[in-house]
Write a protein that binds this ligand. Structure first.
Ligand code: NDP
Length: 256
């Protein structure tokens, strides 16, 4: 593959295991020549990342960062600054809602569950951007992951749909804040993919089935395809694109 990201330092947040969308993205960025760092929340994720990168990028820093804690985010970016000096990109592939909020009626969402979903899945992009910005002195690209449930009602997606709507709006506000600093902010709206997070959504297998049947391309999306799009958004090939929500969903959003 062409070394589109040679000499670029990129932070990948949200690899939990080999099925994670962030891992699909990390592999593509690595193949394109980027130097990567990773953040994780759970201990299991740290072990998994260590195993995943042991052959291809054993020297990549793996840093703990719970995005519910400002001090974690601050310390993580301090460490990244010490390691890399300049940062050229951030992949924000983080979301969480309680399993019981991802089924039934949206009006049953608890206050606590609503705030937690918003904090981890939407506000975290704002906080991460704040600490990433001082390191992105040469400009760069921030990419987050969203889902069609932020634009329209998708059964059982409930509180996460509302968090994704806030995330997508944040992408636009952040794009305006940072445009003059040559930092671009975009979202990838991926089709449904079987991951740990997706398993929390009630009847997720039905979502996959319906997607496969209805999507114009008649198939599911792969993490490699999302990875290729993230590579594009991190590279100069997308130098004129910011504030965008790019659907990587085999065209489902035009029909579903
Ligand atoms: P994963 O479960 O693999 O990834 C979710 C990640 O979020 C995990 O690494 C998890 O870390 C991290 N996370 C959760 N809470 C926190 C926290 N407090 N601090 C830091 N990290 C946290 O699932 P996906 O790859 O599916 O999800 C990645 C992104 O893609 C999410 O934003 C998701 O909404 C989005 N997306 C997913 C789709 C799908 O169908 N799978 C479709 C469209 C978008 P840990 O496990 O260590 O807690």
């Amino acid at each position: 593959m062409q070394q589109l990201l040679k000499g670029k330092n990129i932070l990948v947040m949200g690899v939990a295991n080999k099925w994670s969308i962030a891992w699909g993205i990390a592999q593509k960025l690595h193949e394109a020549g980027a130097h990567l760092a990773f953040t994780y929340q759970g201990e299991k994720s740290e072990e998994n990342i260590q195993r995943l990168i042991s052959d291809t990028m054993p020297e990549a820093p793996i840093i703990h960062c719970d995005v519910q804690k400002d001090e974690d985010i601050q310390t993580a970016f301090q460490q990244i600054g010490e390691k890399f000096g300049v940062l050229h990109g951030v992949i924000h592939s983080i979301a969480h809602a309680r399993k019981e909020e991802l089924e039934g009626q949206y009006y049953d969402t608890s206050r606590e569950g609503y705030l937690m979903a918003q904090e981890i899945s939407a506000y975290s992009l704002v906080a991460v951007t704040k600490y990433a910005k001082p390191l992105m002195t040469e400009g760069g690209s921030i990419v987050t992951l969203t889902y069609l449930g932020g634009e329209r009602v998708i059964k059982n997606y409930n509180v996460m749909g509302v968090a994704k709507a806030a995330l997508e709006a944040s992408v636009k506000y952040l794009a305006v804040d940072l445009g003059k600093e040559h930092i671009r902010v975009n979202a990838i709206s991926a089709g449904p993919i079987k991951t740990l997070a997706a398993k929390g959504i009630k009847n997720f297998s039905n979502m996959l089935k319906e997607f496969e049947e209805k999507s114009p391309m008649g198939r599911l999306i792969s993490t490699e395809e999302v990875g290729n799009t993230a590579l594009f958004l991190c590279s100069d090939m997308s130098s004129g694109i910011t504030g965008e929500n790019l659907h990587v969903d085999c065209g489902y959003h035009v029909v579903g």
